[in-house]
Write a protein that binds this ligand. Structure first.
Ligand code: NA7
Length: 551
């Protein structure tokens, strides 16, 4: 018998014979959230099916197989907490493993829990409609299959609707165009090639630092430079692994109560209250740690005070100057128009040094934007054409809402989620939407899982909340649950009040939806903290789903 009381953590599958598409619950997506959701709902004795568009499990870690893809959460944090056995069986190779290892880990979890038999691969959901008379969901896939379920749980991921059609004329390009989130399984040979890349977010940075030494020539079409933090990524020895495995009970308890789902928290008070010596000492300490701690858990007033934010931004700029050396590179690559941490701060390894290579060139496109793709390459607004053989789009995602608005989701009386969210993006706790009974959402807007969180921490908390709610309904004989308008109004208002007190809402980025033309502006991620969000969710549950109507 293992430490947590079972040798193999298998929940019972109630798979139905082929062709019978009536389920208790349909889950979209076989990523971090979907796999755990299947496991939990099966444990409740429900008949569950995951519909997954891809041909394998992993979600983000299935789709994002671009060169250099790796996460910015430590391997021993980016974990499941429902099985100590599995936590201890898996051996991370380094602090921040790359995509192939993470994809292997999610396959290991899938097989260890015997989840695969309840996953339909190649099943892209195109439409889902709540049936007023049966009070169940009809769910359609692109291949024409129809499923019927009482509960409809979306585990589509926060960043899974890629902005692939970035420029007019893409179809005319002579070479291949790769969006980073649709990277082919077979390696791309860059040898001797002229490669263009658009995008210098967390993804573009990983690609650039990885392929700069492989390509013939690299043109980086740069619109907005990024603050960075250098990643410290030591390999793990057996002793290191033993040490982190011993932390399982501590981390399981600690992470869901932290500010951002990591094993670090604001511990030094406000920056403004410190002496200059102490400021310097702590900033250096955070910087040298080589994790996201400087951003997500250094000083709370960095998010609210422009003066504090500017001081910390200047600290980071100076660090970047020291590495870039060349004044022209400093001008191009060091941000000045927004503050550190007001959008995603990527970890990097040798990103800035890539620009010292003679084969890497920056093409500034802030004032001379990309007009179109032409057969030879990229044409800018002034008519200049930059010839390339391969074009990489690291142009990001329609985050949070895009994965759901790309499905035709219809709630009560046929109301369209897409039409509503085209006007205003609203949810109840990021877990439900008024007017859409028995729809449960993970990684959706207005929850920390929409960005400001170590994703495994937040997604498990959401899956647990959803599973407990469904368990409650089943035990009490309820058939339908729906968030009230009043409670949703409260949540949206609470979310906005916290968000609007921060500097994050003043910076344009995918966090605000401003990277997608016409998307209504609102901070997608709840910024009140993971622990606080969890308490709000628990309050609702212990009060028998206060704020929801049950029928
Ligand atoms: P991001 O962070 O949204 O970055 C997209 C990048 O693409 C960013 O540098 C954009 O510049 C750039 N972009 C997008 N459209 C254009 C056009 N038309 N012209 C020039 N440049 C453009 O996406 P990522 O995939 O890097 O990261 C998403 C998340 O994945 C990340 O935050 C992590 O959580 C994991 P802009 O900044 O808009 O000027």
């Amino acid at each position: 018998m293992s430490a947590d009381g079972f040798a193999v953590p298998v929940s019972e599958s109630k798979s139905k014979p082929h062709g019978d598409n009536r389920y208790d619950a349909i889950v979209i997506g076989a990523g971090v959230a979907g796999l755990y959701q299947l496991y939990r709902l099966r444990s409740l004795g429900l008949r569950v099916r995951i519909l997954e568009a891809g041909s394998g499990v992993g979600g983000t870690w299935y789709w994002n197989r671009y060169p250099g893809a790796r996460f910015d959460s430590q391997a021993y944090i980016y974990q499941y907490w429902f099985s100590e056995t599995m936590y201890k069986e898996w051996n991370a190779s380094e602090r921040f493993p790359a995509q192939p290892e993470t994809e292997r880990w999610l396959n290991y979890v899938t097989d260890r829990c015997d989840l695969r038999k309840d996953i339909e691969f190649g099943a892209k959901v195109t439409r889902a409609a709540f049936n007023n008379s049966t009070q169940r969901w009809d769910i359609d896939t692109a291949s024409g299959q129809r499923y019927d379920a009482r509960y409809f749980v979306t585990c589509c991921g926060m960043l899974s609707a890629p902005l692939e059609e970035a420029f007019p004329g893409q179809m005319s390009f002579n070479g291949p165009i790769f969006h980073t989130a649709r990277w082919p399984r077979t390696p791309v040979d860059f040898t001797g090639k002229r490669v263009g890349i658009v995008g210098t977010g967390a993804t573009g940075i990983q690609v650039i630092q990885t392929i700069a030494g492989q390509v013939g020539q690299l043109k980086v079409f740069l619109r907005t430079p990024q603050y960075i933090i250098p990643m410290q990524n030591p390999k793990f020895s057996d002793t290191d692994r033993e040490a982190y495995k011993a932390l399982f009970p501590y981390l399981k308890e600690r992470l869901p109560n932290s500010f951002s789902g990591f094993d670090f928290d604001f511990r030094y008070g406000n920056f403004a209250d410190l002496t200059p010596e102490r400021k310097k000492e702590l900033l250096e300490m955070f910087w040298n740690e080589g994790t996201l701690v400087l951003w997500l858990a250094s000083f709370p007033d960095m998010f609210t005070s422009e003066a504090v934010n500017e001081e910390i931004s200047e600290f980071v700029r100076q660090k970047m100057r020291e590495r870039l050396k060349d004044p022209e590179l400093c001008r191009k690559l060091i941000p000045t128009t927004y503050g550190f941490g007001t959008h995603r701060v990527p970890l990097e390894s040798g990103y800035l040094e890539a620009y010292h290579r003679p084969n890497v060139e920056i093409v500034e496109v802030a004032n001379n934007p990309i007009a179109s793709v032409v057969p030879e390459g990229i044409r800018l607004a002034d008519g200049t054409v930059h010839e390339v053989d391969i074009l990489i789009l690291a142009t990001g995602f329609d985050a949070g809402s895009g994965s759901l608005t790309r499905i035709d989701i219809r709630g009560k009386d046929g109301q369209s989620l897409k039409e509503q969210w085209n006007q205003e993006i609203r949810t109840t706790l990021g877990l439900a939407v008024h007017g859409f009974p028995n729809l449960f959402t993970t990684a959706a807007p207005l929850a920390p899982s929409a960005a400001l969180c170590n994703m495994t921490t937040c997604l498990q908390q959401q899956v647990d909340w959803i599973s407990d709610c469904i368990d409650f309904m089943e035990k009490k004989g309820h058939r339908v649950i729906e968030a009230t308008k009043a409670f949703e109004d409260y949540w949206v208002d609470h979310h906005d009040r916290i968000a609007n007190a921060t500097l994050v809402t003043k910076t344009d980025s995918w966090y605000m939806g401003s990277n997608v033309d016409g998307k209504p502006r609102r901070l997608l991620s709840y910024i009140g903290g993971v622990g606080r969000y969890r308490r709000e969710c628990n309050e609702v549950a212990v009060n028998e789903y206060r704020g929801f109507t049950l029928g």
